[in-house]
Structure formats: C-alpha cells, structure tokens
Design a protein around this ligand. Structure first.
Ligand SMILES: Cc1cc2nc3c(=O)[nH]c(=O)nc-3n(C[C@H](O)[C@H](O)[C@H](O)COP(=O)(O)OP(=O)(O)OC[C@H]3O[C@@H](n4cnc5c(N)ncnc54)[C@H](O)[C@@H]3O)c2cc1C
Length: 638
C-alpha cells in the first residue's frame, strides 16, 4: 500500500461523487467510511466519522430517514447497507448517551483557524434540529449563540412529534447537553411574536438571527364535520401525548393519512390504549395467561406455529392485555405509493393496526356535536401523469365507517401568524419564509432561516444541514468570509497482490436490526433494538467500499481486454475512442487515470459502469502490465 499522489481537485470530486451514501446525506456524512471502520473493528474512529458532520448522530442512529440508504450502491446488487443501524451501534458505545463520550475527541483543538466569531451574539429562534445545529456550528466558529424556544422543552419535533418508543428522550437530552457544553445558551418558554420581536433582539445586541421554528400547524381538510368533538389533528395529538397529557380516545379510532406521521399517530394510539383499558388487573392477567397458554399448547401439539399464527396470537394477546381499541388507517395511496417507511408499515400491521389503501375522507358524520363515523370514498389515483398530487375518486363508491375518534394526519404547515409588515419578512405562496436556497438569507438582511419553516416539512437531517449552512452564511454576513477547514487530498494505492475484499461480502444478506417482541411493546418501550456486536460487523462488511476504485494507467495499458473479461459484474468495456468522444455520458465513466479522456489517435479505452462495480479488484490482479490499480482517493480536512 502506498500513498501521496498529487491529484487535481475536479478529479477528486469525480471520485467523491462515487461515494453515493455521502452524496445522498445532506450533511455529507461518510457512511461508507464508518461502515468500513466498524468492519475493521475501529469503533471509535467510526463514531468520530459519524459525529463530526452531525451533532445529532445518536438521534439519527435511531430515527434518521436515511437518504444515504436510498442511494447505497449495494441496493442494485441485493439490498442497501443498514447504515442507520450501524450508526446507532457505534453511538451507543461512544455517543453523547454513552459513558465514553468525549466531544474533545471529535473536535480536537476545536480547529482554531475557524474560530472567527469573536464572541459576537447571534439569536436562534426554535430549539429543533435546525436551530440547535445552527447554534452548534456557530459555537464551533467562536460566536455566542442564544436559543429562544417557545416550549418548556428543547428538541422541537424530536420531542414533540417523534414518539418515545422510537426515540428515547435521554438520547435527545444527552445530545442537547453536548451542544450546551460548547457554550450555547437555551432559553425555554420564550416565544417570538409573543414574548419578544425581531427588533427587540436587535436592541439586545444580537447581530444576526436564525429562524428555525418548524412547521407545527396541522393542515386542515375542507370537508363537512371536521369541527366535531373527537376529530383530532395529528400534531396536536402527538404533542399532547409527548408532553405527558392525557388525550381522550374512543374504542374505534380512524387515522387519515399515509405518511410517517400518520403511522406515528396510529402506533401511539395503540400504546395509549393501556391508559383507559376498562379491564381490571386480575382480568387482564387472566386473559394474558390464557393467550400464553393457547400459544404454548399449539406449539407443543403442532411444533413451532407458522409465523402468521404466532403474529395473530401475539396481536390478540396484546389486544386483550391492553384493552386496545380498533385502530384503522385510511390513506389515498396504494401500498407501493405510501410515503411512510416500509418498517413502519410492517410494525404497525404487526401491532394490529388495520391498513386500508386507496380511500379518501369525504365527510365526517356526527351527532350532538361528536363524531360518530366517517364517510370515505374510493380513490383510483393519487398522482396525475406529471406526478403531481391530484387524486381522483370513484363516485358511488362511498362507504361509512363508524368510529368515535378521527385523527387527521395529512400534513403540516408553519405558523407564521406572528409576522408583521414591520418585520420585513417576505413569505411564499406555500406558507413558508422566503429564503435564498444557497445562503438561506431572508428578505431582512440580518435574518436567516432553515429547516421545515423554510422549505416545508422534511426530515431531521435536512434541518440539521440547513442550520449548519445558515451558520456559515451568518459567519460570512458578520465577518466577511466563510471559514472553511483547509483540505488535502490523500491517494492510497493498494498492491494488487495484497488488496482483497472480505471473504463472502458479496453474498452476505441485509439483516434488519432486532425488534422488541409484541408482548413487550408497552407504552414508551423502544421497539427497534441495536445489532449485537458480531451482527453489526457482519452487516458493515457488506459495504462495497465505494471510496476505492480501479484506476487505469493509459501509459501501461496494452488494451488486451483481460480486465473486462475477468470482471464478475461485466462492468468494464473496451471501446473505441471515437465512441467516447461522441457520447458525453460515457465520458463521465471513463476509467483511465482520474477520468482523463484518452488522446486522439489512441485505439481504444476501457469504460466502467460505476453502478455495478463491486470493488473486488480482480481487474487489477488480472492486468498483465500493472496498468490497473485499486486506489482510494479522499479529500481530508486538515
Ligand atoms: C410525528 C413526526 C415524526 C417524524 N419522524 C421523523 C423521523 O423518524 N425521521 C426524520 O428524519 N424526520 C422525522 N420527522 C421530521 C422532523 O422531525 C422535522 O423535519 C424536523 O424536526 C424539523 O426541524 P426544525 O428544526 O426545522 O423544526 P422543529 O423540529 O419543528 O423545531 C422547531 C422549534 O421551534 C419552536 N418554535 C416554534 N415557533 C416558535 C416561536 N414563535 N418562538 C420560539 N420558538 C418557536 C418549536 O417549539 C420547536 O421546538 C418527523 C416529524 C413529525 C411531525
């Protein structure tokens, strides 16, 4: 193995673009880097790689929507690497929630050259992921950020929306405490527009302001009956549950919506049920014992029961135990179109939630001011030919479903009722604060914005990325320049006789992390569990190491085609140079050293299909002249 080539920056960018998990992550987390570190047993290194770009690494290890997994090259082969679960695995050992946590090891010396802020005061409104990430980045840059939060608790939707059975609260508290340890002050119960205005903040000496107030208003459906008692809005429902208030629910609950929020609502309803179960304790115990005995008898009589019997019995047993109401979820989409994560749908169904696809609500029926049912209508499409949301319904297909609670989970919007003309903030027709997509500057010079309030409800990691980007824009606004860490390029060339991928990596299958058995899913008990150590390493070993590429030295190649012949994925092709020069898309896949086009007059070139390469290195082994080498090209922060 050797290193030390000088490589041009555009060339490095080409190689960086091949690391699709990092490209897919809004904060550019090098997920492949930490997966490979886990596979090699370098667990603390893995944590540092995961935490450096993301102050919410531990939270993301539990609930990130994982856009990196959607991009993972391995999914073209069989299934993506379990990147999120691997992050959790290392965070549990070294993250803010662990006894081994040391922020100093993540930011050694706090990169003095970046500390340009000189303690200047910046106000941040909203203690959600966007606001806290902005505060974290500003603190690292040497500013003095103060966060103003309307609620009595920090964390935004992480605490107010995401249910505790998916995200334990002590993890949120630990990550926020780490941010505070950098000198960030958080003022709870301080609401912009109620307790203070933007101008008040300026008077108090804040030189810039970041707005990260999220999207906390549930969208309303303009149908008859939405104002009956018993019709609830998803965000208000979750917020009340998460803040520990009791919400009255009936025996049959209908949830409308097909997104993650709708599933969070439905699964939270199931968990709420235990609060109002009308069985007394001895009846519950009796029912539980009967269910357990039935399962045991079946197992003894017939051997291990089939999965579906076990699941049905588990569901029934759980329902009896808790006095669970019926929970039905109706959504416009069919199963393939539902935006919620697959595992959410599967777990919800296991928990007994009945899913009804391709139905839309038409009107809510009630008596004496209270909901008694809902009229639904069958949908035959959700999106039109241009993929725009434009549902079409089948007249005459209406059905009435009796119920005593309806929860609407059909989207959120920002509450901007506090904005006054003198605030000089332009709003968009979509009900967000207008922002420059690059700098996140608003129409008021010292005010920046990010997260759900800027571009509508999305995911945690986009909010974090925008908080950080806004922090850098604020630094530029206040000091005149954007402090970037100096970067160097490192190229590592592997000896073809030594380079090898882990044995069997190409046939290892994705294994989802274990989950809590149904009969233990009570209240806030966390459902998804961590990988045991050997499983994590095995899963990490599946990584295709997109950082490493076979590169081709045009001076040594004799164009024998041996590399293309031996490639098990058929991703190498020997082509005529003329083909390359006529086709721009092929040019991006050229496999000569660092992507240079072959000179005119050369007879041919090798091109590579980047999507299929599994980094096995056989091409390098097969090459008779040593023209093909496996190389790792990285851009490193100094
Ligand atoms: C139920 C639910 C489940 C979700 N699950 C996931 C998930 O599993 N994975 C994922 O990636 N994303 C998930 N999301 C999305 C994610 O939570 C949000 O995209 C993210 O929290 C947005 O961050 P933010 O900082 O922009 O806003 P928020 O998290 O909403 O934070 C905004 C903060 O501003 C405060 N605030 C509002 N108005 C004012 C004011 N006037 N003055 C002072 N403070 C104010 C609020 O109280 C809040 O604390 C979920 C969202 C919901 C609703």
């Amino acid at each position: 193995m050797s290193s030390g080539f000088r490589v041009e920056v555009p060339t490095v960018r080409y190689f960086e673009r091949q690391v699709l998990c990092r490209e897919g992550c809004p904060v550019r987390t090098d997920a492949g880097g930490y997966a490979q570190a886990i596979a090699e047993g370098r667990l603390e290194d893995a944590y540092i790689i995961a935490r450096t770009p993301n102050p919410f690494a531990s939270i993301c290890g539990r609930v990130c929507a994982a856009p990196c997994e959607a991009k993972c090259r391995r999914s073209a082969l069989d299934a993506a690497i379990s990147i999120r679960a691997l992050k959790r695995f290392v965070c549990e050992r070294f993250g803010a929630e662990s006894s081994g946590f040391d922020l100093g090891r993540v930011y050694p010396g706090l990169a003095q050259q970046r500390r340009v802020g000189g303690g200047r005061k910046v106000a941040i409104i909203g203690a959600g992921p966007a606001g806290l990430a902005c505060a974290h980045e500003l603190a690292l840059l040497g500013f003095a950020p103060t966060v103003f939060e309307a609620q009595q608790v920090a964390g935004g939707m992480l605490v107010l929306g995401v249910p505790e059975y998916r995200l334990p609260r002590e993890i949120i508290q630990a990550e926020i405490a780490a941010i505070e340890s950098l000198g960030v002050e958080i003022h709870l119960g301080s609401k912009l527009g109620h307790d203070f205005s933007l101008t008040d903040l300026q008077r108090q000496g804040f030189e810039a302001i970041f707005l990260g107030i999220g999207a906390h208003k549930s969208r309303e459906l303009a149908i008859e009956g939405v104002h009956f008692d018993g019709v609830l809005r998803a965000i208000e429902f979750l917020l009340n549950i998460n803040l520990g208030f009791r919400v009255e629910l009936g025996r049959k609950v209908v949830v409308i919506g097909g997104g993650n929020v709708a599933f969070d609502v439905a699964r939270s309803v199931v968990r709420q049920a235990e609060r109002f179960a009308d069985m007394n304790e001895s009846e519950l115990r009796q029912a539980l014992h009967s269910a357990a005995a039935a399962l045991e008898e079946l197992t003894t009589r017939e051997g291990e029961p089939p999965d579906e019997v076990r699941i049905a019995l588990d569901v029934a047993r759980e329902a009896i135990r808790k006095g669970v109401p019926e929970v039905h979820l109706y959504c416009l989409e069919n199963l393939d179109e539902i935006p919620a994560a697959r595992e959410e749908i599967e777990e919800a169904e296991k928990e007994g939630i009945k899913l009804h696809t391709r139905w839309g609500p038409k009107k809510i029926i009630g008596a004496d001011g209270r909901v008694t049912g809902i009229q639904l209508i069958k949908a035959n499409r959700v999106f039109d030919e241009n993929r725009r949301f434009n549902p079409q319904f089948i007249e005459g297909s209406e059905e009435i479903v009796e119920c005593d609670t309806v929860v609407m989970a059909i989207g959120q919007a920002a509450d901007l009722s506090w904005v006054r003309p003198e605030d000089n903030l332009k709003l968009t027709p979509r009900g967000t604060i207008q922002a420059d997509p690059e700098t996140l500057a608003t129409s008021r010079p010292e005010v920046f914005v990010g997260g759900d309030v800027a571009f509508g409800p999305r995911i945690i990691i986009t909010a974090v990325a925008e908080g950080q980007r806004a922090a850098r824009s604020i630094a530029k606004f206040l000091t005149g320049h954007v402090p970037e860490l100096p970067q160097t390029v490192r190229v590592t060339t592997y000896d073809s006789d030594v380079y090898q991928m882990p044995v069997g990596y190409e046939t290892m299958t994705r294994q989802t992390p274990p989950v809590l058995p149904l009969d233990r899913r009570i209240g806030i008990a966390e459902v998804e569990l961590a990988y045991p150590d050997p499983n994590a390493r095995r899963q990490a070993t599946r990584c295709l190491k997109c950082h490493i590429s076979p590169v081709f030295d045009g001076d040594l190649c004799i164009l024998c085609g041996g590399c293309a012949d031996i490639c098990p994925e058929n991703c190498l092709r020997l082509v005529d140079v003329a083909v390359l020069q006529g086709d721009a898309s092929l040019q991006s896949a050229i496999f000569t050293r660092y992507g240079h086009l072959p000179e005119r007059g050369e007879q041919g070139a090798i091109i590579k299909d980047e999507t299929r390469c599994i980094r096995c290195g056989l091409c390098a082994v097969r090459c008779p002249t040593g023209a093909v080498k496996m190389e790792r090209v990285e851009m490193l922060s100094a």
